[in-house]
Ligand binder design. Structure first.
Ligand SMILES: Cc1cc2nc3c(=O)[nH]c(=O)nc-3n(C[C@H](O)[C@H](O)[C@H](O)COP(=O)(O)OP(=O)(O)OC[C@H]3O[C@@H](n4cnc5c(N)ncnc54)[C@H](O)[C@@H]3O)c2cc1C
Length: 531
């Protein structure tokens, strides 16, 4: 907006709107001074109009200046309202798969400002896209490319205060925009652990986003998903009212537990502004093992054996296939083969204890007493070695990206059925698409596999992508037959919104819709995502 003549833009916008409404045979502007037009339609009409008036420079804005934007600016301060091309950072997803057009991106400083913004959107019938670190892997955090309503991105990053640390109660009250990395650091400073851990920490994911996606990660096996790490929430509802549910109680049996509706809702029921999260004692001892074995079936049996012998000390239990390792070794020269021989399947597992227990011995004894199927293994001698093994796992996603595009599936089945999932999907895909390359890895301890498909050759890969729907159908049908889920931890967003209708029971979908309509009858909260 800066440097433009506001009057000219306003006048041009008015004319543009009138002409575009006539051309597109749309109803007149809404009485509140807002607009009902899809922004794409408006910008297309604007381009047409301006070609008739060569003296008027081409528009740099794809949205008209409106009293709405001015109200946003006076509410938050102009520097916290981005419009036009400056919104692109927040309108595109980090994988480059989704891109939408935002009327504006705004950065509120506190809960009252969020409430005022939501009330304003409701008054003008503007859709709201809540946003944290914008690391969503399913297009949940960016505006839609085609939208019935103009869309406002409300980014929570400025709301990054730690409101309270209660080390005795093992809780922390945090605002939605606190990064996960910062929360973990503050907990550490108080000699406590906040156990949620995902690679998106480096991309500055935020607790509001973690809560809204019910994020998983590497430590779910021991500590649970984000849902299990929360005691209370503060939420701005779709009508602007503020629900203060910031309780730090371990027990509260007073009816429906409202917070769980907002956790995992991907911003479709309200905007989470703060949370009371659980802290844990800091583990003093930690050890890692890397285990070569012959199949996922052996991996699942080993996990079962470790649970029986090591109890709840298992922090993580991750599987890496040969294909994954080859890609990492190809693209990361610092990474090297962990054993002298190449193996088809590796497990990387970590034990932790709050007392200084002899974990190396405990883990060694446990693996030694495992009946059969382990080919060889190592227990970490130092942190550096453990870190190298974990980097083999952490670098898989980026190594795949460097190799080219792949069709990704974030799926889960009961842990005991993971071997069937991998065997059946591999066989069915090989039959349908001979030569297909499967990259299977992830949180096998939670039954959650990242199962990605591509062709090594670029032309064949493009053909495979043209058949994405058939690939998805094969994988998701097998997941469904095994009583699994087509989204284990990333959510539905735009990516799986249509797909879920095929696999969730109609009654469950109808109940979800009823909940949505109760909270958000105008459908303003993150439309086009989830439902
Ligand atoms: C490299 C990488 C690794 C990843 N690894 C994992 C992993 O191991 N496990 C996992 O679960 N995910 C993983 N993800 C996905 C992603 O990081 C998570 O979904 C994360 O929780 C999103 O947090 P965010 O702050 O970036 O939220 P965003 O991406 O900004 O938003 C995600 C969703 O939450 C909504 N939202 C955001 N903030 C709020 C709020 N305050 N109130 C209401 N709704 C809100 C958005 O509208 C959107 O629907 C990974 C992503 C990357 C890029």
């Amino acid at each position: 907006m800066s440097g433009s003549n506001p009057q000219l833009i306003t006048a041009r916008s008015d004319t543009t709107e009138k002409i575009s409404r006539q051309c597109l045979q749309l109803p007149p502007a809404c009485p509140a001074g807002g607009f009902y037009l899809p922004i794409q339609a408006l910008s297309r009409a604007a381009t047409g109009l301006l070609s008739l008036h060569p003296d008027i420079p081409a528009p740099t804005l794809t949205v008209p200046n409106t009293p709405f934007i001015e109200t946003l600016q006076s509410l938050l301060g102009p520097e916290f309202v981005k419009t036009g091309q400056t919104t692109s950072t927040w309108s595109n997803d980090q994988r480059g798969n989704y891109s939408g057009e935002a009327l504006a991106v705004v950065f509120p400083a506190d809960t009252n400002q969020v409430s005022a913004l939501v009330k304003l959107c409701r008054q003008h019938r503007i859709a709201i896209v809540p946003q944290g670190g914008n690391t969503s892997l399913c297009g949940a955090s960016v505006p839609l490319a085609e939208s019935e309503m103009p869309q406002l991105v409300i980014n929570l990053s400025r709301m990054n205060r730690i409101r309270e640390v209660d080390a005795v109660n093992y809780t922390m009250t945090v605002e939605a925009g606190c990064t996960l990395g910062n929360i973990r650091d503050i907990a550490l400073h108080h000699n406590r652990l906040f156990p949620l851990s995902l690679s998106a920490i480096d991309s500055r994911c935020e607790i509001g986003g973690n809560l809204s996606t019910n994020a998983g990660g590497a430590n779910v096996l021991r500590y649970g998903n984000t849902r299990e790490l929360v005691l209370g929430l503060e939420v701005v509802l779709p009508d602007g009212r503020i629900w203060n549910g910031l309780r730090s109680l371990r027990k509260d049996n007073t009816g429906y537990d409202m917070k769980h509706l907002f956790i995992g809702a991907e911003g479709t029921l309200g905007i989470i502004t703060a949370a009371v999260i659980k802290l844990y004692p800091l583990p003093l001892a930690r050890t890692t093992a890397i285990v070569a074995l012959n199949s996922p079936a052996t991996a699942v049996s080993l996990l079962s054996h470790l649970r029986a012998t090591c109890g709840d000390r298992i922090n993580a239990f991750e599987i890496v296939s040969r294909t994954c390792l080859d890609l990492v070794l190809k693209h990361y020269p610092d990474c090297f083969e962990p054993f002298n021989q190449k193996h088809q399947w590796l497990i990387i597992t970590e034990l932790g204890d709050i007392v200084d227990a002899p974990l190396n011995k405990i883990l060694n004894d446990a693996i030694l007493s495992f009946p059969e199927g382990v080919i060889e293994y190592q227990i970490s001698k130092n942190n550096l070695q453990a870190e190298h093994w974990w980097n083999l796992r952490k670098n898989i996603s980026d190594a795949q990206k460097l190799e080219g595009k792949s069709i990704k599936h974030d799926i889960a089945v009961p842990v005991s059925r993971v071997p069937q999932l991998i065997e059946q999907s591999d066989a069915a895909l090989q039959q349908a698409f001979p030569g297909i390359r499967i990259v299977a890895f992830g949180h096998i301890g939670d039954g959650n596999i990242h199962y990605n498909a591509s062709m090594p050759d670029a032309v064949a890969n493009a053909e495979l992508f043209a058949n994405s729907e058939s690939v998805n159908r094969i994988v998701y049908d097998i997941v469904h037959q095994l009583s699994g889920t087509i989204s284990a931890e990333h959510g539905l967003g735009q990516l799986k919104r249509d797909e879920i209708r095929r696999y969730k029971a109609p009654l469950e979908l109808a109940l979800m819709k009823q909940i949505k309509d109760t909270f958000d009858p105008l459908g303003l909260m993150n439309p086009g995502k989830v439902l």
